[in-house]
Design a protein around this ligand. Structure first.
Ligand SMILES: [Zn+2]
Length: 199
């Protein structure tokens, strides 16, 4: 497997925390929701320092719709690079269009949109820049070499973070419109020994 397998289907929100006054409070929910990686480029928490490297992205910019500034369904987990590349712009929804049906990632690191929306998203986020392509190639090869020669390193590169958030301990001020999601969170699944070693 390559580390750049985008979801097969559009993302259906699993969590529904409500009522936090600041969007940063949604961070643990969003980490779990988007599997500890950037929704745009799939950079994993495991591959860096995490601190300072991930932002909460407003899908609809606050400059366009201030009312959605703390609306959970408008928030995405994105790396600082992608959040910077997106800037204050409206783009096609990555949770809908960055799927295996709408794009391809090749073994040499190239990415190609297959639909107008995916093409537009890739262009706006600079996901097909020479730097982004080279970055994907480096990680594709890292993972492939580890898969062949170093199983421990392979699992390290593709594992979940150690600090999975325990969402059952959180009490969103406005409640949770999708409470069943907590039972399917990564923390709970790890406790039940249902979480795979790699993803
Ligand atoms: Zn990213």
């Amino acid at each position: 497997m390559t580390p750049f397998e985008y979801p097969d289907e559009p993302h259906a929100r699993r969590h529904g925390p409500q009522g936090y006054a600041d969007y940063e409070s949604y961070r643990p929910w969003l980490r779990d929701e988007f599997t500890f990686r950037c929704v745009y480029c799939l950079k994993r928490e495991r591959w860096g320092h995490v601190a300072g490297e991930y932002d909460i992205d407003h899908f609809q910019p606050v400059s366009v719709n201030a009312a959605l500034g703390t609306d959970y369904d408008n928030l995405l987990y994105a790396c600082a690079r992608c959040n910077l590349a997106k800037r204050d712009r409206e783009v096609p929804d990555p949770t809908v269009h960055l799927t295996t049906d709408e794009l391809r990632v090749y073994p040499d690191g190239r990415i190609e949109g297959l639909t107008p929306a995916a093409k537009k998203l890739i262009a706006k986020l600079d996901l097909d820049s020479p730097q982004a392509t080279q970055w994907r190639l480096i990680w594709i090869r890292n993972v492939e070499l580890a898969r062949q020669f170093d199983r421990e390193q392979y699992e390290r590169l593709l594992s979940f973070p150690d600090d999975l958030p325990d969402l059952s301990r959180l009490r969103p001020p406005g409640g949770n419109t999708r409470p069943a999601g907590v039972e399917e969170s990564h923390f709970v699944r790890r406790q039940r020994n249902q979480l795979a070693v790699t993803y």
